[in-house]
Design a protein around this ligand. Structure first.
Ligand SMILES: [Zn+2]
Length: 257
């Protein structure tokens, strides 16, 4: 049976002399493995339409194989800018690895597909800092896969905000400074973040705003650096592991002038 869906090419690998496999995050059917026959032949249209990180419309079919086979492909947006810049490429590869780790094959996951689509769109166009795109993607991905932190108020006294609020990476909740003092809890950077009002607003904005708006904010460089630590720590604490592509990206950023 033929299936048609738009989606994003997450990964590609060569198969034999002429073919390739892609991991495709489809809007309608979730994560799928698709064989692209003849992709390595010169001038292959199918190959051009299924480049890494492209947003594309595929028509696919599955017979007795565990994977799908490409029937036809129509590129919508190649996100070409990503492949021109090694830092952007590394960041997109990290997003891809996160999704392949957290999303089950062939389970519809439209919010995740939309999140990745927007992240790659901005990454390919130089209209948002890479680090802002990373922060939004990390925290919002956590929210979309069932790891939404409790950000409404202090978990003890229910106050909405205070000058300083602790955000516990493991429990995924907030504790105001007064309650922390009362409970004898001291700041420990490995297990909690210290949020001033700006950071608290940023974290709430990413987690709770409408999907179309989450990339539409700006922060100072100082605030951005803190936010990068917070979203990364939250996600890797919740998932219980880090990722080689994240380490590679961070090494690139550290060594860039
Ligand atoms: Zn409190």
């Amino acid at each position: 049976m033929l299936k048609t869906s738009k989606g994003i090419v997450l990964r590609e690998r060569t198969s034999g002399e002429n073919d390739k496999f892609i991991d495709f995050l489809s809007q309608d059917y979730g994560l799928m493995e698709v064989k692209v026959r003849g992709a390595k032949k010169a001038g292959s249209k199918s190959n051009a339409a299924t480049q890494l990180f492209s947003y594309t419309k595929l028509c696919i079919t599955k017979n007795r194989t565990p994977y799908y086979v490409l029937n036809s492909a129509e590129p919508c947006d190649t996100n070409y800018g990503i492949r021109l810049n090694v830092e952007k490429l590394a960041l997109a590869s990290y997003f891809s690895e996160l999704i392949r780790y957290t999303v089950l094959p062939e389970q519809p996951c439209e919010p995740v597909e939309k999140l990745l689509g927007r992240a790659l769109f901005f990454l390919g166009r130089n209209t948002r800092p890479n680090e802002l795109i990373r922060c939004v993607f990390e925290l919002r991905l956590a929210c979309e896969i069932g790891l939404l932190p409790a950000l409404a108020a202090c978990s003890e006294c229910c106050c909405f905000e205070s000058d300083c609020t602790y955000f516990d990476y493991q429990k995924g909740n907030l504790l105001c400074l007064d309650c922390a003092k009362e409970l004898g809890i001291h700041y420990e950077p490995r297990i909690m973040a210290r949020l001033n009002k700006t950071l608290l607003h940023a974290v709430r904005f990413i987690a709770l705003s409408e999907p179309e708006k989450i990339f539409n904010f700006r922060t100072s460089d100082h605030c951005q650096k803190q936010l990068s630590v917070i979203t990364e720590q939250y996600l890797i604490t919740q998932l219980g592991r880090t990722f080689p592509t994240l380490e590679y990206y961070k090494n690139l950023v550290r060594s860039s002038p």
